[in-house]
Design a protein around this ligand. Structure first.
Ligand code: NAP
Length: 507
């Protein structure tokens, strides 16, 4: 059974029993709630823990305490906020193995992916500490306009207030930490709601934040079904900003109920790889297999469809088949060498398989895989997928390599852009002019040349266009999202700055 074993350090975050019962963090205290739900591990379909489900009363307390705590973090010197993050980073380093093992048990991630996620979070903290120094502003002399000739302005960045962070299941730890960091470094208090399917590894990280010396109430963590908690929190007037990462459907819903709050939306995608005739075919195939299968395809930046130019399509397929054998499919809790584990639930595996069957029913060739059992879906290759198939257009979020034949570069660009999504993409060619033309033409937030998209610590800014969201995530960029600009105007005309200055440096 996928059991979750925690050391003494984490003893306050749960109640012992037949199954550990995890609490929520409200106003600096781990608190029990009256309602719970079961956490089932996708590795074996068995119950492994109980998770708190907050009531409206709990959420009211959470919001009020985050609101009251704004001043505590806002008035803390930047150097002290940075020091707190140092402490958190050391705590994560110390407990990284234990957190990674919990993440594997609750999400079915292979060891390499789980430990890689914790390492990325640690690296993100290290890189983000410099962010605080970017919370500056501008000095604007007014004499460019007769209207303001005797004035100057300072444009400064201020925290937005209370930030609500909502994170998805596929990177429950990394995404949550990547929201907390810029929020706290720029002086906001934060309410974080992790995904219901796998919140435990992140709850462990929250304990590290709590023990770092962060003032009570600055970080609150609550769990419960998104449609209930998300709706209540997103529509509350005391929340100033929502930083959401998840599906386009839920993102759109939040936009309809959040009123005039600031929002940062990191949503779904249909990552497209374009293989042109002058590509290094073996490299393209290797990268496309990796981009399609890593984390069982459950990545917003996964290569979710491949547009290959007809003249090289057969060679490309042969190379894809060869590189499929670089991956090992199975239960990651039984073998650390497994690279493709289960998807997040049996329901998700069934959804993916319906897309595969739909494509085959419409004429696609099933080259390899196609089977599913419980939460496990076999790595699958589909060739000559017609554009009418659901899998050619909708996010797959599963281990399926979806290959579509196109006539030429122009056909590839047209097909790629005929999508409601605009998140990530890759272009494979050894001709720089073709590469430049294609990369410029694609309507997406991110495009990578001759490599599978990979965003690790978000050192390069990341975000989507069209139905894939708005705003940019990344070192420095996230700080901009979580701060407001304020314009401070000073009138230098005599008498407007108090007593007239009489010194010899009068300007
Ligand atoms: P999801 O179903 O949209 O859930 C995301 C989060 O939203 C979860 O915490 C969920 O809570 C919560 N939620 C559900 N209903 C809500 C509501 N009405 N109001 C507020 N919150 C609500 O997405 P997912 O299945 O966890 O994650 C996969 C999706 O995330 C994919 O579409 C993927 O592309 C996207 N994603 C995007 C990026 C990016 O950077 N663009 C990165 C990672 C993932 P519960 O778990 O309790 O339902």
């Amino acid at each position: 059974m996928a059991s979750i074993k925690l050391s003494e350090y984490f003893s306050e975050i749960y109640e012992r029993g037949k199954f550990p019962r995890f609490k929520v963090l409200i106003n600096g205290e781990w608190t029990e709630t009256s309602n719970k739900f079961d956490l089932v591990s996708p590795t074996d379909g068995k119950k492994t823990a109980e998770i708190s489900s907050v009531s409206e009363k709990d959420m009211r307390k959470t919001i009020d305490s985050a609101y009251a705590s704004k001043i505590k973090i806002r008035s803390m010197a930047a150097i002290d906020r940075i020091e707190l993050m140092h402490v958190v980073m050391r705590g994560l380093e110390e407990h990284r193995e234990e957190i990674a093992r919990a993440l594997m048990a609750e999400s079915g991630k292979p060891y390499k992916s789980a430990s890689g996620e914790i390492n990325a979070a640690i690296e993100r903290i290290r890189l983000s500490m410099a962010d605080s120094r970017k919370i500056m502003g501008e000095y604007l002399p007014g004499d460019w306009s007769s209207d303001t000739s005797k004035k100057i302005a300072l444009v400064i960045r201020e925290p937005v207030g209370v930030v609500l962070g909502i994170s998805p299941f596929n990177y429950s730890v990394y995404t949550s930490i990547a929201k907390i960091l810029p929020a706290i470094l720029s002086g906001n208090s934060m309410i974080l709601k992790p995904p219901s399917s796998n919140p435990i590894a992140f709850l462990m990280c929250a304990e590290i934040f709590r023990k770092s010396g962060l003032p009570d109430g600055v970080l609150q963590v609550i769990t419960g079904p998104g449609e209930k908690t998300g709706d209540y929190l997103s529509s509350d007037d005391k929340i100033n900003m929502i930083s959401f990462t998840g599906s386009t459907e839920v993102g759109k819903h939040i936009m309809t109920i959040s009123g005039l709050k600031k929002t940062h939306m990191e949503l779904g995608g249909k990552g497209t790889a374009v293989i042109l005739e002058d590509a290094d075919i073996d490299l393209a195939a290797k990268e496309c297999v990796k981009g399609s299968l890593e984390l069982a395809g459950q990545r917003c930046d996964a290569i979710s469809r491949i547009l290959v130019v007809d003249s090289v399509a057969e060679r490309f397929l042969d190379a894809v088949k060869k590189h499929l054998s670089d991956y090992k499919f199975g239960n990651p809790l039984e073998d650390d060498g497994v690279t493709i584990g289960p998807v997040i639930s049996k329901k998700a595996a069934e959804r993916i398989n319906k897309m595969v069957e739909d494509a085959v029913g419409r004429g696609a060739k099933l080259v390899s895989g196609g089977g599913h059992k419980d939460a496990y879906h076999e790595p699958t290759i589909l060739m000559d997928v017609p554009l009418t198939a659901e899998i050619a257009n909708e996010e797959t979020f599963g281990p399926v390599i979806t290959i579509i034949r196109v006539k030429d570069k122009e056909d590839a660009i047209r097909t790629a852009n005929d999508s409601k999504y605009g998140l990530d993409s890759a272009v494979f060619t050894e001709n720089f002019y073709s590469a430049w033309e294609t990369m410029k033409a694609l309507q997406v937030g991110n495009v990578t040349l001759n490599s599978a998209p990979s965003h690790g610590t978000s050192y390069f800014p990341f975000g989507g266009v069209k139905d894939s969201g708005s705003g940019k995530e990344g070192i420095g960029y996230s700080i901009e999202e979580m701060t407001n600009l304020k314009t401070i105007v000073l009138d230098l005309a005599p008498g407007h700055l108090g007593k007239e200055y009489t010194g010899k440096f009068k300007d």
